[in-house]
Ligand binder design. Sequence first.
Ligand SMILES: NC(=O)c1ccc[n+]([C@@H]2O[C@H](COP(=O)([O-])OP(=O)(O)OC[C@H]3O[C@@H](n4cnc5c(N)ncnc54)[C@H](OP(=O)(O)O)[C@@H]3O)[C@@H](O)[C@H]2O)c1
Length: 234
Amino acid sequence: MALPLAGRTAVVTGASRGIGAATARALAQAGARVALMARTGSQLDGLAAETGGIAVPCDLRDPAALQAGVEAVLNRLGAAPDIVVNNAGVFRVAPMEELAKETILDSVALNLSAPLLIVSAFLPGMRARKSGHIVTIGSIADRKIFEGNALYSATKFGARAMHEVLRAELKGSGIRATLVAPGSTDTSMWDDAGGGEFPPRSAMLAAESVADAVLYAVTREPETNIDELRLTRT
Ligand SMILES: NC(=O)c1ccc[n+]([C@@H]2O[C@H](COP(=O)([O-])OP(=O)(O)OC[C@H]3O[C@@H](n4cnc5c(N)ncnc54)[C@H](OP(=O)(O)O)[C@@H]3O)[C@@H](O)[C@H]2O)c1
C-alpha cells in the first residue's frame, strides 16, 4: 500500500531536535520528502541522511537568512512545499521588568516574525497550485496566561491569531491550516528557559506524540480541515 504522504513535500522549521525533529521523522516515514530548517547544520545533516530529506541551515531570526533558506527550499523541492510546519521557537521565562531587550527581540523574531515570513513566502505557490497545508505549532500558552510568561505568551497568542486568520482567508482555497497546541513537552526547550516552577520532565508529553498529532492533521482526506488540536498529558 502506498504511504499516505508519498510524492508530497514538506518543510519543518526547528527540525534539528525536539518536536521539529520528531515531526520531520514522522512525515518522512509517511513518505514525504522533508526540507529541514534550523541553525545546527550537523544535526540537520544527520537527520537528512536518516530521512532522505534536505538540510537547509539558517538562522530564522534573520529575515535575509530566512529568505535565502526559503529560496534554497524552493530550488531543491522545485515548487512550494505541500506541507509547512512552523515549529521553530524559543521559550524564555522572566518577569517583564527582567527581560533583556535582546531576549525580547530574539523571541519575537523567531516565534512570530519567522512564521509570518515563512507563510508569506510559500503561500503564493500554494495559492497558484490550489493545495497546501500550513501547520502552526502553538502552545497551551497561546491562550492561557502564566506569570513570567509575557514574552512567550505574546508570541504564541500572535501565532495563534495568524493561524485563525489564515484559516478564515484560506477557506475554500484548497489550502488547509491547522494549529497544533501542546502542553509541556519533554524537549531541550526547558534546559535554558530561565526561572520558574516547571513540571517534571517525566510528567510531560513526548515530542513524538506532538509529531503524531501533526501527522494526523496532514493525512486527513482533502475535504477535512483539522482546525486545531490541543494536547496535554493524561
Ligand atoms: N517543549 C514544550 O514544552 C513545548 C510546549 C508547547 C509548544 N512548544 C513549541 O514547540 C516548538 C518546538 O519546541 P521544542 O520543545 O521542540 O524546542 P527545542 O527542543 O528547543 O527545539 C527548538 C528548535 O528550534 C530551532 N531554533 C532555535 N532557534 C532558531 C533560530 N534562530 N533559527 C532557526 N531555528 C532555530 C532549534 O534548532 P537550532 O538550535 O539548531 O537552530 C530547534 O530545532 C516551539 O515553537 C515551542 O514553542 C513546545
